[in-house]
Design a protein. Structure first.
Lengths: 555, 326
């Protein structure tokens, strides 16, 4: 539906209206050329801060077009005949479960992988991207979740790293020019970051902006962003979205990978869905719905998360925290969780939720207060907490939850070694049987218990972390963002597991940034704000509005 | 997704990473042996082969403790200095008391104390192991110089010297010891929960701690074991040399690290095995032996050692990136 060049209509206008414009709608359908490809950008309202971007080649052709891209790894067809165009000035959402091929596609675009088959067209001309250098030449820049900034260099130095302007004397660099150019690029996207600040003093959101500025300073016309909002607060997210809209208005194309439905519909001009390495569809936001998207991503009908039935019987107090304070910025935390309950712990990113979880588990130092597990006072480290039947499913699976180079089986038994082998003599056969049983029980999709856990998808990795604690016989589970970065199908499975746990008498404290999860899954919730508990919401009062009300900063 | 993953095992060998690593290295040993027996008549004699094994055993004792440290992702640069200090203390104890047993206890005790010092610096003071053990290298070396004050101690009882140069059924005694420690070491690393925890710590220290592994106490354990094994190695070294001087351990650290690395243990931790280290020491010793037999200038030895280390690490990275890419 995107190939017939002959059906292209010219649109000469000066309008900016987003969704209301018929022609724009046609453009988004792929029938018309985007307005900004022809009309001078300066005349568009609200984009005066950004200079029009030079267009080389045929302006009516897509900025980049993928045709039949394939990439195969031993045993996995990562990309299978993927084709779609990327137009200037569009935000192109890329959706799919983990393992659907989004990352591979991203790597093909930035030159980290070379496609086995297929062609790429840049402004209608066939190109080859064989290295990151090639990608840069064609104006493609990828903003990964992990930034490539040098912490102890300044913002300006980072933006022009490796491309410093030569000074008057041979071998020197022109610092003033680096500073002024950096200032210009940041000004273009409306950022007021101090160009002399060392990058390590900046927050994640600002570092992201520096990455974007760095890409733009290299004449990037296609920005590929991998879940850019996953570590941002709401205000920062808003700021980023504003910046993206400005870039888009100036003709930059943004390929945006997201797991968040709200973003997909808020920002997306078009949505491309990948599944098992194949393109399922490219859709307009108007002609689809979240349910439809999910179904296309998963390929089968998935029940959305239904609100859990009311909890009838809460048992003994599993966790009781009184007046907990610590150097990580939390103070006077009071909370409790009973057996059979799922209790939420929410609040904005940075409000101290993870710090509370770590302090309870004994992973961080505390200065005051007491923690009681199952009626017994607890002091000590994570090893003692583990012995008491407490589990922490940490925020970052890969950094804190798993030994990625070790096998699925090794990871499953690691917290239960002392329990399974009280004499300290390790039997590989017994460990293998235990792991195998857990793989079966949690339906972890892995060919073998001996496979390295790093090759599993996010959802399956999370199941391995949970399996580790089930094997250790934990009865109190602290889940920190259990569904971060995992696909919809796996999310439902993780929640089903949690329900199963509480039904069998376990207690769960769950941290989540997804308010809908808290509302639908939890029996009650505590809301944090700036290191303190701002309030507790009973099941009756548990709603997204009430959580936000408590969690927002009131200045 | 599921169909794709189900198809995957076809492409995956079912043998474990450790086994393939060791198999490659055994192949290297065989190739070196064939090459050496072709170029030198003296190589394939019982005497020479036993001699190679005896030298390899000394490397193995030092390298086995170090392997445990490196498996946790840490490093112990004080190995050689620890051997020196232990040897000198043991030498004076044996001289003054006449009892090899007391000397042995002194050597292993001194080694363990040095190791505990390393461990506490790493776990309590949070000094990176590279720096902590580098500092310890100088401290132990300095202590040895001060203790010996330029003197040398020599002439030990025959019973003690048998430890280094004696034979039992025609085979040097250190080789028996090496086999014994290889078995014990295999059991410790592969068949105890401690061993499993050591691998887990090396693979991801943060995750290991958050999985309830007492990381600090395990790190102290491996540093103490590394020191104790250095103490044991010092006894065999002492018994073989029959004399001790202040600079006895100075040149031992780097070849020991080379043996571990050639043996396939990753300096990043979590990957490797004691058996690999044994083969690493053997490869190193075989190459040196070959160079001696061919009357090559001894000045070439460090250069050759370096090249082998680089080759081994490069081959490891090549095979590993192949298995990791899916």
């Amino acid at each position: 539906m995107w190939t017939a060049r002959s059906t292209l209509k010219f649109y000469v206008g000066k309008k900016r209206g987003r969704r209301s414009d018929d022609h724009l709608h046609e453009y988004r359908r792929g029938v018309a050329v985007p307005p900004f490809a022809i009309c001078p950008v300066e005349r568009m309202v609200g984009v005066t801060t950004m200079a029009p971007l030079k267009v080389d080649g045929d302006a009516r052709a897509p900025l980049l077009e993928l045709r039949g891209i394939c990439k195969t790894f031993p045993g996995v067809r990562a990309l299978d005949n993927v084709s779609f165009p990327i137009w200037p000035g569009e935000i192109h959402m890329l959706c799919g479960e983990n393992g659907a091929g989004k990352s591979s596609l991203m790597k093909v675009l930035c030159g980290a992988y070379v496609a086995d088959e297929g062609e790429l067209f840049h402004h209608g001309e066939k190109i080859e991207i064989k290295s990151t250098l090639d990608a840069r030449k064609f104006g493609i820049a990828v903003i990964f979740q992990e930034f490539s900034l040098v912490p102890y260099l300044s913002v300006a130095q980072n933006i022009y790293l490796g491309r410093e302007f030569p000074g008057k004397v041979l071998g020197t660099i022109d610092r003033q020019k680096i500073r002024s150019e950096a200032q210009r690029v940041l000004g273009m996207i409306g950022s007021d970051i101090d160009i002399d600040a060392p990058v390590h003093t900046l927050g994640v959101a600002q570092q992201q902006i520096v990455e974007i500025a760095k890409a733009l300073s290299q004449n990037a016309r296609i920005l590929v962003m991998d879940e850019p909002t996953s570590a941002l607060s709401d205000t920062e997210t808003e700021h980023l979205f504003g910046m993206m809209r400005r870039l888009k208005a100036a003709g930059v194309a943004i390929v945006y990978i997201s797991h968040r439905m709200a973003e997909v519909f808020l920002l997306g001009d078009r949505i491309t869905i990948l599944r098992d390495g194949k393109k399922v569809a490219t859709l307009l936001p108007d002609e689809t719905s979240p349910g439809d998207l999910v179904q296309k991503m998963v390929g089968r009908k998935v029940d959305a998360i239904h609100r859990r039935g009311a909890n009838i019987k809460a048992g003994e107090v599993a966790l009781d925290v009184k007046g907990l304070s610590g150097p990580s910025g939390i103070s006077d935390i009071h909370l409790n969780v009973r057996a059979g309950e799922i209790v939420g712990l929410c609040g904005l990113v940075g409000s101290g939720r993870t710090e509370v979880a770590r302090a309870i588990f004994g992973a961080d130092r505390v200065t005051a207060g007491e923690v009681t597990f199952f009626g017994k006072r607890f002091t000590g480290g994570p090893d003692e907490a583990t012995r008491r039947g407490v589990a922490l499913i940490p925020e970052s699976r890969k950094l804190q939850g798993l030994a990625l180079i070790r096998s699925v089986g090794d990871n499953i038994v690691v917290a239960a070694l002392d329990r399974l082998f009280p004499s300290h003599v390790f039997h590989p056969g017994k460990a293998g049987k235990v792991a195998q049983a857990m793989i079966k029980k949690l339906r972890i999709s892995t060919p073998s218990a001996r496979r390295a856990v790093q090759v599993l998808s996010g959802g399956n990795q999370q199941k391995v972390v949970i399996g580790k604690w089930l094997t250790a016989d934990a009865r109190l589970f602290i889940f920190d963002e259990p569904t971060r970065g995992i696909d919809v199908g796996a999310k439902a499975e993780i929640f089903a597991l949690m329900y199963d746990l509480v039904e069998n008498g376990a207690a769960i404290l769950m941290i989540s940034s997804e308010l809908s999860e808290i509302v639908n899954v939890c029996d009650r919730a505590y809301v944090m704000r700036e290191g303190i508990i701002a309030g507790e919401l009973s099941r009756e009062r548990l709603s997204e509005e009430n959580i936000l009300q408590l969690g927002m900063h009131h200045e | 997704m599921s169909q794709i993953e189900a198809a995957a095992p076809k492409f995956k060998l079912t043998v474990s990473r450790d086994l393939t690593d060791v198999a490659y290295r055994l192949l290297a040993v065989a190739l070196i042996c064939i090459a050496l027996s072709l170029v030198s008549d003296a190589f394939l004699t019982a005497n020479n082969l036993l001699n190679v094994l005896r030298q390899a055993s000394l490397v193995f004792f030092m390298a086995s403790g170090l392997t445990l440290v490196i498996l946790t992702g840490k490093i112990d640069l004080s190995i050689g200095a620890t051997v020196g200090l232990s040897a000198c203390v043991a030498a004076t104890v044996i001289k003054s008391t006449g009892s090899p047993w007391l000397g042995a206890a002194a050597a292993i005790g001194v080694g363990s104390i040095v190791g505990l010092g390393n461990g506490l610096m790493v776990t309590k003071l949070r000094i990176p192991s590279f720096i902590a053990t580098y500092g310890m290298l100088w401290v132990a070396q300095g202590a040895t110089y001060y203790y010996m004050s330029g003197q040398s101690v020599y002439g030990f009882p025959t019973g003690f010297r048998a430890l280094g140069s004696g034979y039992l059924f025609g085979i040097p005694i250190p080789i028996y010891l090496m086999v014994a420690f290889l078995v014990i070491g295999y059991f410790f690393t592969k068949r105890t929960t401690y061993g499993q925890q050591i691998y887990a710590i090396g693979a991801n220290t943060v995750a290991a701690r958050l999985s309830g592994i007492p990381v600090n106490s395990r790190l102290n354990l491996v540093f103490v074991l590394s020191g104790a094994m250095a103490g044991l190695a010092s006894l065999i070294y002492l018994a073989r040399l029959n004399s001790a001087e202040g600079d006895i351990g100075e040149t031992l650290t780097l070849p020991t690290i080379a043996a571990v690395v050639i043996g396939g243990t990753s300096l990043f931790g979590g990957v490797g095995s004691l058996f690999g280290t044994f083969i690493g020491g053997l490869i190193l010793t075989l190459i040196l032996n070959g160079m001696n037999l061919l009357n090559l200038n001894a000045n070439w030895q460090p250069l050759v050692t370096g090249l082998i280390v680089l080759l081994a690490v490069w081959l490891d990275m090549k095979t590993r990136s192949k298995t990791d890419s899916n």
